[in-house]
Design a protein around this ligand. Sequence first.
Ligand code: CP
Ligand code: NVA
Length: 310
Amino acid sequence: MKPGDRLMKHFLQFKDLRAEEYGYLFERTRIIKTRFKNYERYQPLADRTLAMIFEKASTRTRVSFEAGMYQMGGSVVHLTTGDSQLGRAEPIEDSARVISRMVDLVMIRTYEQHKLERFAAHSRVPVINGLTNEYHPCQILADIYTYIEHRGSIAGKVVAWVGDGNNMANTWLQAAELLGFTVHVSTPAGYAVDPSVAGVRDSACYRVFDHPMEACAGAHLVTTDVWTSMGYEAENEERRKAFVDWCVDEDMMAAAAPDALFMHCLPAHRGEEVAAEVIDGPQSVVWDEAENRLHVQKALMEYLLLGRIG
Ligand code: CP
Ligand code: NVA
């Protein structure tokens, strides 16, 4: 991949790809996952290297990208703020120029989206958002694939978002606008989704409800996230009070469609944003959702590095 290569794509926000590209990625995910489950070797990324830069903690994102890259024949370099010059104020632009001369692909988990965009603007290779304060597109890729696996197309369906108007909520809105479903959002006062941050133009892709039960009514998928995201820990006590009624419980699931699924990007706090009976109950698909991070990201890395197969 050369700088300025018109085929080079980054994945910085969900809206960076088109609906038709998601259709392709979901089909590739199905094929790659099936091969993996059958213990068939598939190593199209031999000799390719992924740099993973973490400025925040991670379990799923690290394991899924690292395992996925090795399974596809490549290798990984793992960097954190603490063990690299990133933590000693080397300009992000300089880091991008250097790192992207040595690897084929970069995944970054950081704070401000702007920082990720500055890196991408100076990178010779594709850059993937592994979570920022504003967005978490790899997670929504896995969530939608998981919905499709269990229930078929998500177009025309209703997704209930209960909780913080955070990076996950923003990304759900982008996906709804692109893929033709609706998000019913309920957040405590003061924690609403900001459509300008979410970056959606079509206000028909979401509806706002004061009460979480109303958001869940008739929903095909109910989903939530932690009350306090990484980087907002100083607000923890204040948030614990504000969010107390935004716990997805069995009553909310009963208000949803009878075959509604429950998802959570994890890590979860039982008794806070979700009742144990829900996350550990029959409608929960959180373990499939977590596993699918591996499969969708393998399809994403294949696409960003090799383009369409066949
Ligand atoms: N869901 C998710 O991104 O998990 P990690 O923070 O463990 O990577
Ligand atoms: N909204 C959460 C997601 C963690 C995967 C956070 O940003 O901490």
